[in-house]
Every structure is written in C-alpha cells, then in structure tokens.
Write a protein that binds this ligand. Structure first.
Ligand SMILES: NC(=O)c1ccc[n+]([C@@H]2O[C@H](COP(=O)([O-])OP(=O)(O)OC[C@H]3O[C@@H](n4cnc5c(N)ncnc54)[C@H](OP(=O)(O)O)[C@@H]3O)[C@@H](O)[C@H]2O)c1
Length: 317
C-alpha cells in the first residue's frame, strides 16, 4: 500500500545542530550558525544531490524545523525530501498525539506532507506505532521508519504496520566506528536482507571523529557535546590520526574516512552538516573505497580506544 519506493541519496543532511540558538558555546553543539551560512549549506547540498533533510520536532524545541524551512525557501517542494520525528516523551494529551505533533512539524516546515516520518524511540511501540497508519493513508506521511529500536522492537512495529499493509521501511540508529551495537545485534543484517534502509546517525560522533578536535583543540566549551566527548579525546587520537593518514593518501580528511566507512558497511549516513565545506567532504567520501584490511584496522583501533559513546537517549544494546 506504500506509495512509491523510498529513494535516498548517498548521505542524508542532519540538522540537529540547527536547533541551537546560533551563538558560540550555547546549546547542544555550541557552534556559531548564521542564517546566511545555513542557506549556503542548503544551496551547496541541493546542487550536489544531497536533497534529503533530517530533523525532529524536538531539536531545539522546533527551532531546527523552522530554520530548515527558512533555509529551503525558494526551492520547489519536489526538489527536496523532509524527514522528521515523533518523540513519545513530548506527546501532548490530545486524542491523537502523533497526528498533533506531525501537524505542528508540518506548520514549522511550511509543507503539507513529510517524506519520511519516524517514531524517535521505542518508549511504547504498541501504543504509538498504530497512529502512523491513518497518516500514511491520508498521504501526510509518505514513508515510515523507527529510530533507536532494538531488533525485537523493529519486528513488533513491523507486525503492527503489516496488519494494515504497510511496513517499517527504514531504521535510524547510532552507528559509528566507535559504536557498532546495531551490527552486533544483527540489525544491519536484518535491514540488508529485508530491503530496509539503515540510516546511521552520528558517524562523526558529533565532531570527535572529524580530526578537527583533539585534546589541544577541544569541542566548544560550554556545549553539551563538549561534556560528552572532551574527556575521551585523548583515547581517540590513535584512531583519528590513522583516519587522517588514510584520508591524506586520497586527498580527503579524517571525517571523509568516517563517512566512507559507514557507506562501506552498507548504511546511509545522516551527517550533521554545519558548513558548506562539509558538502565537499561528503562528495569525496562517496568516491572513497576502503579496502577490507583498512576497515579492519580502523575497527581494531576504535575498539582499542575502549570508549562507550552510547547517547543518554539510547537503550543499552
Ligand atoms: N534519531 C536519533 O535519535 C538521532 C540522534 C542523533 C542524531 N540524529 C540525526 O543524525 C544527525 C547527525 O548527528 P549529529 O549532528 O548529532 O552528529 P555528527 O553528524 O556525528 O557530527 C556533526 C558535527 O560534525 C562536524 N561536521 C559535520 N560534517 C562534517 C564534515 N564533513 N567534515 C568535518 N566536520 C563535520 C560539525 O561540527 P562543527 O560544527 O563543530 O564543525 C557537526 O556539528 C543529526 O543532525 C540528526 O539529524 C538522530
């Protein structure tokens, strides 16, 4: 019953950081973002075929969606795709909290449909998944996926949707060199075998795997991500150094290697782009082929770092 097959570029544009106030050192990311700078990001991404934009009602309490819609203004709706999320913990007390949260997202995004709608986490699969069905039928959402769900929770959501002739078409989980729980749990394999698109988020570990940040040049002071990562930057140096040298050989950066690794593993990375130059990196990453030995070496270095980067919002896995 699902309309058209989900078509997805090689990488998805993530906009969590766009929900920050835009002032240096403030918010989750602490990066200085301006309206004109984000418009440049959009123009460059759109021109290079990166036309799928991931956001969530909860990012900056709606600000990410609003800022994204502003930055996309002037593009025809058919030129880009929107991906946003229902977050159970933010549910209102109306009769249909999923429909209500979607309606607010549609308003902020200045559109009447989203291409891909997610249940953000598995707080109550049996309660929230059925609410997607009328939204799929009405065409307000074109495709659905689940995020941060375990294998069993993905299967449960799929059963509920299946009874109405729909299916879980995509999975969105934290997946990076440093955090490979979806691989160990068999979720990657399940997606590959069942034609479910696996979107890997935080492949750059919020900047910690870009090579830009180090103990001498830590993540922005005062930001939430600095609190999470600055303490482990010393353990990451051997890995980011090797990513840097593998990149140099190919005219690329450590960040490009992290993204190329995620692509090599059969996933579609959602990358939190904040600068137009990041788009060049994604284009380079798409052209990099890592040898099996290089992948194994990077994964061994990542394991040797001995860090756990599970997000506070993720269940143990
Ligand atoms: N479903 C979920 O629960 C969930 C959770 C987390 C994230 N996500 C999605 O996944 C997206 C990605 O995650 P994220 O934004 O948290 O972190 P990320 O993609 O791992 O890292 C983003 C940071 O890396 C830097 N960066 C981005 N592209 C770069 C490039 N090509 N080269 C060098 N540096 C680069 C930027 O830092 P600077 O600005 O400091 O340069 C940016 O803020 C989010 O935006 C969101 O859409 C979903």
């Amino acid at each position: 019953m699902t309309s058209k097959a989900l078509t997805v570029p090689m990488a998805v544009m993530g906009t969590w950081a766009w929900g920050d106030s835009g002032k240096a050192g403030e918010g989750y990311f602490g990066t200085q973002l301006s309206e004109s700078g984000l418009r440049e990001v959009v123009d460059k991404a759109q021109a290079n075929g990166f036309t799928l934009w991931d956001t969530a009602a909860v990012y900056g309490a709606g600000r990410s969606e609003t800022v994204l819609a502003q930055a996309l203004m002037g593009y025809d709706r058919s030129e880009y795709q929107l991906s946003t999320k229902f977050t159970p913990q933010m549910a209102g007390d109306g009769g249909d909290p999923v429909a209500d949260m979607l309606e607010q997202s549609l308003q902020r995004l200045s559109t009447d449909y989203v291409d891909l709608y997610w249940i953000h986490n598995p707080a109550d699969v049996a309660r929230w998944t059925p609410s997607l069905i009328p939204l799929l039928k009405s065409g307000k959402i074109k495709h659905v996926g689940v995020s941060n769900h375990s294998m069993e929770q993905i299967a449960a959501a799929d059963r509920i949707l299946g009874e109405a002739g729909f299916r879980v078409e995509a999975v969105q989980n934290h997946y990076s060199l440093l955090y490979r729980s979806s691989e160990r749990a068999g979720i990657l394999e399940h997606c590959r075998e069942n034609d479910v698109r696996f979107f890997s988020y935080m492949v750059l570990e919020q900047g910690a795997l870009t090579g830009k940040y180090s103990p001498a040049n830590p993540l922005p002071e005062g930001s939430s991500r600095a609190g999470v990562y600055n303490g482990i930057l010393p353990q990451l140096q051997a890995l980011t150094h090797r990513m840097g040298t593998l990149g140099e050989d190919r005219g690329a950066s450590a960040a490009d290697i992290a993204t190329a690794w995620a692509i090599a593993k059969g996933t579609t990375p959602i990358v939190g782009v904040t600068k137009a130059g990041h788009i060049d990196g994604l284009t380079r990453a798409g052209g990099i082929e890592l040898a099996d030995e290089e992948i194994a070496e990077l994964e061994a270095l990542a394991d040797a770092a001995g860090v756990d980067t599970r997000g506070w919002w993720e269940q143990e896995g």
